[in-house]
Write a protein that binds this ligand. Structure first.
Ligand SMILES: [Zn+2]
Length: 89
């Protein structure tokens, strides 16, 4: 809509894109690493969060309560990232 300069509002070094904002930005990476650590300790699985998981969610062939909870937390995290980005802007 032409209302942004295109730069990431977190790191101010890269072009903001969906993947950069929610996954690739180094300011977000440590949050994702912490989330992965929490998931692994709560669900006692070796969860590997890849880019697709942050966009479309985690799916392992069947829908379980654990996966629903993980996907809910991921959605909330993305909402918080988006609201924080807008606040910084
Ligand atoms: Zn960035």
């Amino acid at each position: 809509m032409g209302k942004s300069n295109g730069q990431c509002h977190f790191c101010k070094n890269e072009i903001e894109s969906l993947m950069h904002l929610f996954y690739r930005c180094h300011k977000i990476k440590h949050v994702l690493d912490e989330l992965k650590h929490i998931f692994n300790s709560i669900f006692e699985k070796n969860i590997v969060l890849v880019e697709e998981n942050l966009i479309i969610g985690v799916y392992e062939g069947e829908i379980t309560e654990d996966l629903l909870l993980m996907n809910l937390v991921i959605c909330i995290l993305k909402w918080v990232i988006w609201k924080t980005r807008n606040y910084i802007k």
